[in-house]
Design a protein around this ligand. Structure first.
Ligand code: MG
Length: 203
């Protein structure tokens, strides 16, 4: 499986990192070695001094598809969850400065903790979903999918013009404002609407 991520999909987050608002979706991938399931604790990587959390709505793909039209995207989705697009911000800043790819900043081992997935029937309108991330009991990110620049349907339709999605692939849909650094022993809790789905520590 693969993890497809979109960057800068919320205006306020693009602004907080001094990035321009994109005119088409900014896409990058994470390999399956990024995945962390079942609320397992994560380990602070030794190659960064600035590990950031980015809490995002995550869509799970149900079957193979390419050139999916926006109106048909929902027929390719079988789960809705949340996850963290963990980012080595110092490594990313260096790459951005040099115009290099974000590979090592975004795609390292265990850089994609994801929750369990809820049935899509619970979310009749994917652009009307609330999620949030608390660090050590304090709410740090509060997202509402109506603030996305590109909707879930637009993202998946766009991506599948280039890349075939397969059953089990995950789509990270971008982070709202409020990203920040993690520290060893931090407690991360993530909520999708009323359900606490993420609950783990940084070790
Ligand atoms: Mg992100």
């Amino acid at each position: 499986m693969k993890i497809i991520c979109i960057g800068r999909n919320y205006r306020a987050h693009a602004a907080e990192l001094n990035n321009p608002v994109p005119t088409k979706p900014l896409i990058f991938l994470k390999p399956d070695t990024s995945l962390v399931r079942n609320n397992k604790d994560i380990y602070y990587p030794e190659f960064t001094q600035d590990l950031h959390f980015e809490c995002e709505l995550v869509i799970r793909i149900s079957r193979e598809g390419k050139f999916i039209q926006p109106d048909f995207v929902h027929t390719y989705v079988d789960g809705i969850g949340i996850g963290l697009d963990l980012t080595a911000r110092d490594v990313q800043s260096e790459a951005k400065e040099k115009g290099h790819p974000w590979t090592l900043a975004k795609m390292f081992n265990n850089s994609a903790p994801v929750s369990k997935f809820l049935p899509p029937e619970q979310f009749p309108d994917l652009q009307n979903v609330r999620f949030r991330c608390d660090i050590n009991g304090e709410t740090r990110q509060e997202g509402h999918t109506s603030d996305m620049i590109f909707s879930v349907n637009e993202i998946i339709s766009y991506v599948t013009q280039f890349i075939t999605v397969k059953k089990g692939d995950l789509i990270f849909t971008g982070t709202p404002k409020g990203v920040g650094p993690l520290h060893i022993d931090d407690h991360i809790e993530g909520y999708l609407e009323g359900d606490k789905l993420l609950d783990f520590h940084v070790r």
